[in-house]
Design a protein around this ligand. Structure first.
Ligand SMILES: C[S@@+](CC[C@H](N)C(=O)[O-])C[C@H]1O[C@@H](n2cnc3c(N)ncnc32)[C@H](O)[C@@H]1O
Length: 433
């Protein structure tokens, strides 16, 4: 007797369950796009995966080469599902799919089918993960992949950005998260940074970075402008360190929100060291540094094949002749690749002069990008010979990233119509919820 299938329009909903597959045999029939999409999650479960397929996509092939799955290069044959706990049937051969699915039914192996949801004994939910939570969404009455994907996206996005408040009941350790906020556009903070911000009691923020996000914080969150911390006889950095320590010691979840990446001219390590000395737990969340993202936002790649094989990021906060400078400008001038200068607007004249004096061509293209990734972003182009004059004439102001090198003149090709994706050998996957 065969079990009744939960088919489209069937009154019976699918029963949700989390399969613990570690060390258990899972058979995948077909090595095309469906397998490629599903295999990473199956591999993550620790399952013992056997792929049966005469061919495979390059990505699936790479999984076999890496030893993550075993690949038998042949078509499905009766008996392949022996000992399997779970099967994914997703080949382009419908007759083989039907035969494998019939075998699964006989051997009581739960199986999903990419080509026939009704014939499957299991459906794959739309899944997503955030911070140790797996969200799996199914619809009753048959698969509705668009709806389940939309519900999944809404939940996962809400968990990630903190707009869906689902407090976990593990005890929260008070401490400080040094969060790189990216170059300024609020969409360019990392998912982890965004979530920690949403969970913070206290946020100590720099002038640069995604300041718009601060407006979205609930009223109980104390937002402190790092630039305004009174520091009296202390150095400003010491005052910030003390504020971090003081709030963390009071049991608060503290976010130190910085522009770009905390460890690129961000003094992040000084804060991490001060916290370590005070015995305060500290998490570092990397951010998108303005040194790469701001040129990118202005259409400048910091490297380009055949043009620049290296890029060097330099602080211009002290002039080349300043005894405090740690930069070997002569060596820098001898480099052929891209130079990216931060904090250099005020000293660009002296820097350009040092570079040309030490041999870099005065005709080298230069671009200054002010307030990159923000609504006010603007780009000013010049050469090493003209940059100081141009910056003055155009009234360029910080924050700005200055890019020096041939990459400045690499332009994108004329945009054409976007190509629709090629259909894969075995997509779509109609039984994916
Ligand atoms: C103290 S450094 C901090 C760099 C930051 N940690 C990073 O990784 O982007 C500040 C300098 O970064 C650059 N900068 C940061 N954000 C910028 C933006 N949105 N547009 C242009 N320059 C920016 C400017 O050169 C600014 O003077």
């Amino acid at each position: 007797m065969t079990a009744p299938h939960a088919a489209a329009g069937d009154p019976y909903p699918a029963y949700p369950v989390g399969l613990r597959l570690a060390g258990r045999r899972v058979v995948v029939i077909g090595g095309g796009q469906v397998a490629q999409r599903r295999l990473p999650a199956l591999i993550a479960t620790g399952a013992d995966i056997v792929l049966v397929s005469p061919s495979a996509t390059p990505s699936v092939e790479a999984m076999a080469e890496a030893g993550e799955i075993r690949w038998e290069r042949r078509p499905y044959a009766e008996g392949d599902l022996a000992e399997a706990w779970y099967a994914l049937i997703a080949s382009t051969d419908t007759a083989a799919n039907a035969a494998a699915s019939a075998e699964a039914e006989r051997t009581r192996t739960w199986c999903v089918r990419s080509d026939d949801a009704e014939a499957a004994t299991a459906w794959t939910p739309a899944t997503g993960r955030s911070e140790g939570v797996t969200v799996a969404v199914l619809t009753s009455g048959g698969p509705d992949p668009r709806r389940t994907a939309a519900v999944r996206d809404a939940i996962v996005e809400g968990l990630r950005d903190g707009t869906l408040v689902a407090p976990h009941h593990r005890t929260r350790t008070a401490g400080v998260a040094l969060v790189g906020g990216g170059p300024g556009d609020p969409d360019l903070i990392t998912v982890r940074g965004r979530r920690l911000l949403a969970e913070a009691d206290v946020v100590i923020a720099d002038r640069l970075g995604p300041r718009d996000l601060l407006d979205e914080l609930p009223p109980h969150v104390e937002v402190i402008d790092a630039a305004k911390i009174p520091y009296g006889r202390f150095m400003a950095q010491e005052a910030i360190n003390n504020a971090l320590i003081e709030h963390a010691k009071a049991g608060k979840a503290v976010v130190r929100l910085k522009g770009g990446d905390p460890f690129v001219f961000g003094r992040g390590m000084e804060e991490a060291q001060a916290l370590a000395e005070a015995g305060i737990p500290c998490t570092v969340v990397p951010g998108i540094s303005s040194s790469i993202s701001v040129p990118g936002a202005a259409g400048i790649p910091v490297t380009h094949r055949g043009v620049a094989h290296e890029f060097t990021v330099i602080s211009g906060h002290v002039a080349p002749e300043d005894p405090r400078s740690l930069v070997d400008w002569k060596a820098v001038a001898g480099l052929r690749g891209t130079l990216v200068l931060l904090m250099a607007v005020e000293r660009i004249g002296a820097i350009a002069e040092a570079l040309t004096t030490y041999g870099r061509s005065p005709e080298t293209p230069v671009a200054i990008i002010q307030e990159g990734t923000m609504a006010t972003q603007r780009r000013v182009d010049a050469t090493l010979a003209t940059v100081a004059r141009t910056a003055r004439a155009e009234d360029v102001r910080p924050p700005a990233v200055i890019v020096i090198g041939e990459v400045v003149t690499v332009n994108p090709p004329e945009a054409g119509p976007a190509n629709p994706p090629e259909p894969g050998p075995d997509q779509p996957a109609p039984n994916e919820q």
